[in-house]
Design a protein around this ligand. Structure first.
Ligand code: HEM
Ligand code: HEM
Length: 267
């Protein structure tokens, strides 16, 4: 990893960074998240989409220990000091360039994994307490739906049910996804390196003097990334690409999933 110098930018090379497990898992989660969030009142669609996210996230935790180098957690765990420095440098200086996730992106990956799994677990408990459905059956007491815990704040006590907690966490998850998306655009602008193209093709660019380079396979630059950069620049190119993916692929699929909802048996 090395610092970037805008007066004399280091030569860039293209390498294979994200393996197919990370990429396929990621796009399955994008599809599942958008379906469950924007069609949140459709059941059992909500539940099945959430199961997809929970399975992918759980598998991602195992992959973080046994997967290829860029997927392993230790390649993107940084101290809070490094995260703050990276954040400041990305606004006013020259932030370090990393092959796997950058220090803030890495923290976001952990936040997304934890929030999705906590929200999903609360959802499983809610489904069991409210409707006696899902893998927990009737294990969770029905009164927990509206009265799970009591919080004392500023001399007042508030009763929270599983429903309140699940909906709150679900909305926190959605806010994190929005920050994740904006963070990707920001990183693309700062490093002039297409992050979304990386998550599609697996190929990202790196500084030619990066000592980590020896662990990765060199590759040709993805042609459509070059065309995007040459025509509209990396950031606008990525915004158009993401809008295209969401509008032309994810949205019609989510609508189809929502239509098929009436034929899907509940569990
Ligand atoms: C993994 C991520 C999950 C997210 C992000 C999420 C998000 C949400 C959100 C935002 C709502 C509120 C919808 C509204 O206001 O109309 C909601 C409602 C609900 N979710 Fe989830 N959910 C997840 C997983 C699950 C799971 C695994 C289950 C059950 C197995 C579940 C069961 C429910 C139920 C029963 C409601 C309706 C609550 C009510 O009565 O209003 N959720 N979820
Ligand atoms: C259209 C929406 C989205 C886009 C364009 C997007 C894009 C990306 C990109 C470019 C990366 C790689 C970042 C890097 O190069 O360091 C990434 C990583 C990641 N994203 Fe997203 N993302 C989206 C939505 C989501 C959603 C909805 C979730 C969770 C439900 C999510 C979870 C993750 C996770 C866990 C990673 C880490 C990948 C790994 O190391 O396995 N993303 N995303």
């Amino acid at each position: 990893m090395s610092n970037e110098d805008t007066n004399n930018p280091p030569k860039r090379v293209f390498i294979k960074v994200w393996d197919p497990v990370v990429r396929i898992g990621h796009w399955m989660m994008v599809f599942a998240f958008f379906s469950l969030y924007f069609k949140s009142s459709k059941f059992p669609l909500h539940v099945y989409a959430a199961y997809i996210i929970m399975v992918v996230m759980s598998f991602r935790i195992i992959w973080g220990f046994i997967g290829p180098r860029a997927a392993r957690f230790w390649t993107f765990v940084y101290s809070p000091k490094t995260m703050i420095k990276y954040g400041i440098d990305s606004v006013v200086g020259h932030p370090m360039h990393t092959i796997s996730h950058n220090p803030l992106g890495g923290a976001m990956v952990f936040a997304l994994i934890i929030t999705m799994l906590v929200t999903g677990t609360l959802g499983l408990m809610l489904y069991s307490s409210g409707q006696e459905m899902g893998p927990l059956g009737d294990m969770v007491p029905s009164e927990w739906e509206d009265e799970f815990t009591t919080l004392a704040l500023f001399g007042h006590s508030f009763t929270l049910g599983l429903k309140d907690m699940h909906i709150f966490c679900g909305n926190v998850a959605a806010s994190l996804v929005t920050c994740h998306l904006l963070g990707n655009f920001w990183a693309t602008a700062v490093h002039k390196s297409n992050h979304v193209v990386g998550m599609i093709t697996g190929i990202k660019d790196a500084n030619a003097d990066d000592p980590e380079l020896k662990y990765y396979k060199e590759s040709a630059a993805p042609r459509f990334a070059r065309n995007l950069n040459d025509s509209v620049g990396p950031v606008l190119g990525e915004i158009i690409l993401v809008a295209g993916i969401l509008i032309c692929i994810i949205w019609p699929l989510a609508e189809l999933f929502a239509w098929a909802n009436k034929f899907i048996p509940s569990f």
